[in-house]
Design a protein around this ligand. Sequence first.
Ligand SMILES: C[S@@+](CC[C@H](N)C(=O)[O-])C[C@H]1O[C@@H](n2cnc3c(N)ncnc32)[C@H](O)[C@@H]1O
Length: 245
Amino acid sequence: MSTDYDFIAEQYKRAKLQPWRTHVETFTFLQHIGNLDGKNVLDLACGEGFYSRVLKSRGARDVTGVDLSEKMIALARRQEEETPMGVHYEIGDAKTLRSNKQYDLIVAAYLLNYAANPQELGAMLQTISHFLKPGGRFVTVNSNPHLDFSSAPSYKQYGFETAVSGEWKEQAPIKWRFHLEETVIEIENYYLSAATHENACRAAGLHSIRWHRPTLSEAGVFEYGAEYWSPLLSQPPLICLECSK
Ligand SMILES: C[S@@+](CC[C@H](N)C(=O)[O-])C[C@H]1O[C@@H](n2cnc3c(N)ncnc32)[C@H](O)[C@@H]1O
């Protein structure tokens, strides 16, 4: 099974409102994305445009969002029509997308974990390298390949759970179940090791590869207390990866 976002576009948008997204995911991702002033940014696997809008509002000069799902892009375009920000959205596959455009920065929130094998991961990183200007950076937030999801703690208190059926090995499917107010959505992606990611980056001509564990905003500590975040931060299911061309 590969997750078809055409069926869950609206619900996935609501899953972005869970507090761990704000206080851990977005907080950490933006820290590593850094200064956006004047930058030309490509948001790969942009979904309904959550990060595309955030990056434009934080000073990026131009933002293009690309996603495989027609419904996700329709939802992103609808929001752009309702509140114009100047973000451009296109349907495309990050494994095969090509054009002569070049970007200072490429971001991707939960793209690489849709690579079902090292070849697909390699294809995604070749695309990223193709679109990056020399000296440009790629920053992603992704499922954490340093975590053995088969023995991960419960994350139910944050509104989601993860599960692995079968042996924990390269290409093992990981199920994410998001508990939303009125429904539950399930998403499946794949485990590929940190070494497989690093090899694919190098093979695509990307260097200065760094992994960044998630961190917590002060507001998150203030609102929920430090203890609440302990399972998420001690065995984080998400991580950032950064590299340069
Ligand atoms: C978990 S959602 C994340 C969406 C968005 N980045 C966010 O954080 O809100 C993953 C997205 O990856 C997209 N996706 C999966 N494989 C893709 C591919 N090969 N090329 C482009 N988008 C892809 C899906 O359609 C989906 O919208």
